[in-house]
Design a protein around this ligand. Sequence first.
Ligand SMILES: [Zn+2]
Length: 244
Amino acid sequence: MKEEGYCYKMNNIYSLSNIDIEKWRKKSNQIIIPIGSLEQHGPHLPVSTDTIIIEHLAKTIAEKIQSLYIPAITFGISFEHEPLFNISLSHTTFSNLIGDICVSLAKYGMKNIILLNGHHGNMGSMYYISQNVSHKIPPNTRLNFINYWNLMNDFDHAGEIETSLLLAINTKLVKMKMARANTKEINGSKVAYTSLTSTPGSFPKITGNGVWGDPTKASIIKGRSLLDDLIQKLEQTIIEFQEF
Ligand SMILES: [Zn+2]
């Protein structure tokens, strides 16, 4: 593994030179693209929560499986959080942005590109990235995407689960004294909820305060356990990709 003057532990292309990346490409042609969002996450979490979680997962899994990763894409599609804070790209802009990144990496010779998605609102657009770029990339390029919450039994927004994850990643970013559960009762089915939250401005209307779940139940221990489980399942999923 060791090579003079070179550290394979540096996985984020942001810190690597062209020569470093060349060396990486010869060893591993796999690269992870973490994709987050900037949107309200209640009064107790930063707007960058999805981005922080997804970059943490990308970094951890990249080190584990000897892969490169790029800095997280901070901007996603979060119109559902209007009129609370969000920065949102239109579907076309988002799709072109992610697609262009994939094309650059594929043309450079990356054969396994993994899009790691950290935000629900990006999902619809991401289903079509592969279709949109297939005619622009070498035919032997593998392009897969994972919504990380699909690897979990349950999920929320700024509730117990997401707050626990952030506590485990960086406690200083969480203001637990400000944490409050959703102020409107959420009764609908997951199918109804998923459909409703794709409408701009729907999230604050459904939850009352922009929180879905109860963050007061969050803890670092829960977060660490969730992260361990996530990393294990992510690794399994990436191995499965390589079988096809
Ligand atoms: Zn989130």
